[in-house]
Design a protein around this ligand. Structure first.
Ligand code: FNR
Length: 190
């Protein structure tokens, strides 16, 4: 069987983002049977505008996002925490991905949430806020393991590489749980 494809979306636009670095670590330490691909299009996604949300006006970046989410077997979303919630850029991208309602790319998509913040709570509040958003999309969000990377500035080296074995093991467990959930939802091949 070919590898499951997981699209990894970072909610940060910063070049030195801890969340993007966390996704790179997930990609580099992914378990057998899972290929993680980093989504790099977030900065190009315009503000959601219902007037543009039709076949004639859909912005290219929004179409690309929807196409890539559709094509992925699952999503791995790394959210920063901004003022106890999800950054606007991430919420905006999910708003685009959530349409058309009832037939969107997020419908029945298996999703794992992780996050890194420089604070002491490791994006706990942002992850809860993200769960609330995704509950509206009929996606299937993993309940665990929880990956809450607190004091993130102490966990990556100057190249943005993660060396902490505990966090690396948690990332692998998360992708293994996502793989199990994706496969459990598929009909058995006869
Ligand atoms: C933050 N940060 C932050 N951290 C936290 O733990 N709780 C919070 O509520 C906030 N709020 C917040 C608001 C805004 C506007 C900014 C810019 C930052 C700090 C945040 O965790 C830190 O900047 C992370 O490094 C952001 O993630 P990336 O960009 O490194 O992935």
């Amino acid at each position: 069987m070919s590898d499951l494809k997981v699209l990894a979306i970072s909610g940060s636009l910063r070049g030195a983002s801890h969340n993007t670095a966390l996704l790179r670590a997930a990609r580099d330490h992914s378990p057998d049977g899972v290929t993680v691909e980093l989504y790099g299009g977030l900065a190009a996604v315009p503000h959601y505008n219902g007037d543009l949300d039709d076949d004639h006006h859909l912005p290219a970046a929004a179409l690309d996002l929807r196409t890539r989410v559709h094509a992925a077997d699952g999503l791995l979303i790394a959210t920063p925490e901004y003022n106890h919630s999800v950054p606007g850029v991430l919420k905006n991208a999910l708003d685009w991905a959530s349409r058309p309602k009832g037939a969107s790319a997020l419908e029945h998509k298996d999703i794992a949430i992780i996050g890194a913040s420089t604070g002491n709570f490791g994006t706990a509040r942002a992850q809860l806020a993200l769960r609330q958003v995704l509950a509206a999309t009929h996606s299937h969000v993993l309940t665990g393991p929880e990956v809450l990377v607190f004091t993130a500035h102490q966990r990556f080296d100057e190249t943005g590489t993660l060396h902490d074995p505990v966090t690396i093991a948690l990332l692998r467990e998360t992708l293994e749980a996502l793989r199990t959930q994706i496969l459990s939802r598929r009909a058995p091949v006869r």
